[in-house]
Design a protein. Structure first.
Length: 260
């Protein structure tokens, strides 16, 4: 484990492995550098890149601060990129993709960005996320917050969450459930069914690839295409046979092809 200190003094933990140009992985909700898709992805890409897999603030071995702001998470990513040599390719998944997009728009030294399915909602094709969801999540106990996030946020059936409670991953997810309001804030106003606001992405000059899975729900396919159209010069691709929980073996070659 390595650490770096963010601008506000928060310690951010990361793992580094592999050889080649720097690639930073940015996790989605309820994931950490020890749990979720990134450990397998780091292994799959280590022959081509020096991969930096970090714990977002409030997760794993990273610290936290009293008052959350998206800008602090952008500063965390800045610190990791600085540790990686001052610039890096970036891959973000789900809310991690939303964070990476906001960081790139804030003119961080991102060489190229691959954004996989930031869970934006840009039409009325699914049940809408409550506009009060940040405050709602802040008020809930960990288990209830997870259920709320997956059902009202992602739109999964309640039985899915009931089954998750029986899985080994449930306990570590509860340990970082307090960060769910962070993810909700990272998504901003892009998840309430309104058309994509293009102005927020206008500062992005770097190459961006927006990706979705072929088996993902239609509302998510619609939002990824809307995002690709809104980001200047962005490209879009769909990975057949995959959904929001994309396999490392499926996304690794997409990242490698775009970033090399």
């Amino acid at each position: 484990m390595n650490t770096v200190v963010s601008k506000d003094g928060t310690t951010i933990a990361y793992d580094r492995r592999g050889n080649g140009p720097a690639l930073v992985l940015v996790d989605g909700a309820l994931c950490s550098r020890a749990q979720g898709p990134m450990p397998d992805l780091a292994e799959a890409l280590a022959d081509l890149f020096t991969v930096y897999n970090y714990d977002r603030r409030g997760r794993g071995d990273s610290g936290d601060a009293g008052d959350y702001a998206v800008e602090r998470e952008i500063e965390d990513l800045t610190a990791v990129i600085e540790a990686a040599g001052g610039s890096a390719y970036v891959y973000g998944s789900s809310s991690g993709a939303a964070l990476a997009l906001r960081a790139t728009a804030a003119e961080l030294p991102v060489e190229k960005l691959v954004a996989f399915e930031p869970p934006y909602v840009v039409d009325d094709s699914r049940k809408q996320i409550p506009r009060t969801w940040v405050a709602d999540l802040q008020a809930l106990e960990p288990g209830d917050a997870i259920k709320y996030f997956f059902t009202k946020g992602i739109g999964l059936p309640g039985i899915f969450v009931t089954m998750m409670k029986l899985m080994p991953a449930w306990k570590p997810m509860k340990a970082i459930a307090h960060t769910l309001p962070y993810d909700a804030q990272v998504l901003g106003n892009n998840c309430f069914g309104d058309p994509m606001d293009t102005e927020q992405w206008a500062p992005i000059e770097q190459p961006v690839l927006v990706v979705n899975g072929g088996k993902s729900p239609q509302w998510m396919k619609t939002s990824t295409r809307a995002l690709a159209a809104a980001v200047p010069g962005a490209k879009h691709t769909e990975v057949p046979g995959q959904n929001h929980v994309i396999k490392a073996a499926a996304i690794a070659p997409v990242i490698a092809d775009f970033c090399r």
